[in-house]
Write a protein that binds this ligand. Structure first.
Ligand code: TYM
Length: 348
């Protein structure tokens, strides 16, 4: 008997410099979920252009993120890997959801405030609307679970609010058409955020209070998936720390953001808990811990880095994977969007 496998959706922006935060906070989780879920992983090129992207660089980055997915162990035959712009339902559904989402809700999005900075008047309308497109990504597939890092929590809450409002506004119509999909008569299931593990918020190597980010001007703040072994070792060696040895228990990490971050990274890569890492390294100084950490990062990222390079040598293959994934994604999203059109009252 075939069992219902919950549907997972997540996305990564092709904006250059995929880093250890993206890897541990998202991609590793994507890989793990494949065993007992139906997974759809999307390279969100339409989200990327909410801030200026050089066209050729966007193409390169789209292939690079795809290569990272495949190199990390995502099976694009059993599951779906594609780039967002090839499936027009994302944009079409986003429009309908734009008419559901309220301006007041978007005004509360902290990521927009951070990204737009002081010059808000000059930010693109797309950057402001970014979270609605993200809701469309997820809801277009009736996805039930969304693995992401901590920084996406607010966007997922907004997705749930949009889905609830759609379900409520059109409740009668959904019932009339017999299109209820959830127990309480809704059309869109409310997706569950999956934000778990020791690395949901990997911090900058230069400042343990700031998250590791693609846009940090200092390359020493992050470890990129494309870094070679020497670069990784140098970045770990130069990572900011304090003069104290590592504590014996996780309580001792509380006021030490840089130490907590490095222990968290070690734990996530080794598949251990932070306490287990401290059982091995408690009382030892960074002079001993950092080389062990660098070795572990190289051991885990080295093979992925090599496989990414191999895949990127054959861009035609990557493009074919994306086209094939897009076709299968369309087949899921199109009938769902046809129902949305009937619910809303669009003639076809
Ligand atoms: P993006 O491309 O910024 O990040 C991709 C994933 O990496 C996670 N992440 C981190 N996790 C831990 N520590 C960090 N320092 C760190 N930095 C990034 C992010 O949380 C994310 O899971 N809006 C999304 C892309 C998106 C999406 C979606 C995600 C578009 N549509 C639909 C889920 C569902 C983003 O900004 O990704």
């Amino acid at each position: 008997m075939s069992q219902h496998k919950p549907r997972v959706f997540s996305g990564v922006q092709p904006t250059g410099n995929l880093h250890l935060g993206n890897y541990l906070g998202a991609i590793v989780r994507f890989v793990d979920l494949q065993a007992d879920h139906e997974c759809i992983y999307c390279v969100v090129d339409m989200h990327a252009i909410t801030v200026w992207q050089d066209p050729q660089e966007l193409q390169r980055s789209t292939r690079e993120v795809t290569a990272a997915f495949l190199a990390a162990g995502i099976d694009a035959e059993q599951h779906i890997v594609f780039n967002q712009s090839q499936v027009s339902t994302h944009a079409e559904l986003a429009w309908v959801l734009n008419c559901i989402a309220r301006i007041g809700w978007l005004n509360r999005m902290t990521q927009f405030k951070e990204k737009a900075g002081k010059n808000r008047e000059n930010a693109s309308v797309g950057l402001y609307d970014y979270p609605v497109l993200m809701a469309a990504d997820i809801l277009a597939y009736h996805a039930e679970m969304v693995p992401v890092g901590e920084d996406q929590k607010q966007h997922l809450e907004l997705t749930r609010d949009i889905a609830s409002k759609f379900n409520n506004d059109y409740a009668e119509r959904i019932a009339e058409l017999g299109l209820a999909r959830t127990e309480d008569g809704g059309f869109f299931p409310l997706p569950e955020p999956l934000i778990k593990g020791p690395a949901t918020r990997v911090m900058s190597l230069r400042d343990g209070t700031k998250k590791m980010s693609k846009s940090d001007p200092s390359d020493y703040s992050r470890i990129n998936l494309s870094d070679d072994a020497d670069t990784i070792a140098k970045k770990v060696r130069k990572a900011k720390t304090d003069p104290e040895p590592l504590p014996e228990s996780v309580d001792g990490l509380k006021e030490r953001p840089e130490a907590a971050n490095l222990v968290g990274i070690y734990a996530a890569l080794a598949g251990m808990s932070p306490q287990e890492v401290l059982n091995d390294f408690g009382g030892k100084g960074f002079a001993e811990f950092k080389p062990a950490l660098a070795d572990l990062v190289v051991e885990k990222l080295g093979p992925i880095n090599a496989e990414m390079k191999r895949l990127l040598d054959d861009p035609a293959h990557i493009d074919a994977v994306l086209r094939n994934g897009a076709e299968r994604a369309r087949a899921i999203a199109a009938p769902i969007f046809d129902d949305v059109k009937r619910i809303v009252g669009f003639l076809s």
